[in-house]
Design a protein around this ligand. Structure first.
Ligand code: MN3
Length: 252
């Protein structure tokens, strides 16, 4: 259906952004270098797309009022706060002010994940009930969970008892080359659900304590001097290719 394409494009527009977020900006902030001015708008503004079906389409499974509020208030709230946070981030950058940046990035994570997950949520339901998996996804469920029925039982067992609010997620793990079920209790803990990590800095104390004790800042400064950027570049190019955003000619 055509809405799927536009939805995917919309999802994609938020993609790749954590690469910019975590890496470029923070590195430059930390370095305090007088480098060329960053773009004022470091990430794209996003907008709330329409639901892929009328609000009444899922009744009686989900009533129209629920969908109206969920999409028009809750999902819209994530979009609005993402955009507001971006503006604040832009202002801080204009002023060269790195104080309290972590709160803005936390807000981007929280609201960005809220947006990305809701986009996928709307596309995870359809008016007709009873469709069963077929083809490649049926084969994968068979191989990775022992079949469709077993997957259903596991998904329920993980999703229903989740503490507080959260999401039950079926995901593909490239590391395992398998389907995995993820109980996602705090959705911002995954930074941004459509993003691909390109480099990571472990700031758990075990990573640096023997050499740096409580001087995490010194450890991070040194870490930033030791990044193999050619390998990061390769991961970046592969991630863009996997997202369909890299032309074959750009791949090395
Ligand atoms: Mn919701």
């Amino acid at each position: 259906m055509s809405f799927l394409m536009t939805r995917r494009e919309c999802l994609g527009s938020a993609g790749g952004l954590m690469a910019l977020l975590g890496l470029l900006s923070m590195e430059r902030c930390l370095a305090g270098a007088a480098e060329p001015v960053l773009p004022k708008q470091p990430l794209p503004q996003i907008s709330l797309g329409p639901l892929p079906y009328p609000v009444t389409a899922l009744e009686p499974f989900l009533d129209a009022k629920t969908l109206e509020i969920h999409h028009g208030k809750h999902h819209a709230g994530y979009v609005a706060k993402w955009n507001q946070t971006l503006e604040k981030l832009g202002q801080k950058r204009d002023l060269g002010n790195a104080a309290d940046l972590i709160h803005l990035y936390q807000s981007l994570s929280f609201n960005g994940c809220g947006h990305v997950l809701h986009e996928l949520y709307w596309q995870s339901m359809q008016p007709a009930a009873g469709e069963e998996p077929a083809g490649r996804i049926a084969a994968a469920l068979q191989e990775d969970f022992g079949g469709y029925r077993r997957f259903l039982a596991e998904f329920e067992a993980v999703t229903v008892p989740m503490e507080g609010s959260g999401w039950g997620v079926l995901a593909y793990s490239p590391m395992a080359d398998r389907l995995v079920i993820l109980p996602c209790e705090k959705h911002q803990n995954m930074a941004l659900w459509d993003s691909t990590p390109l480099l990571v800095c472990d700031v758990w104390e075990h990573a640096y304590y023997l050499s740096y004790q409580n001087r995490r800042g010194d450890y991070v400064k040194e870490f930033l001097k030791h990044i193999p950027w050619r390998e990061v570049e390769q991961r970046y190019v592969r991630a863009r290719a996997a997202a369909g955003r890299e032309k074959p000619s750009e791949l090395s």
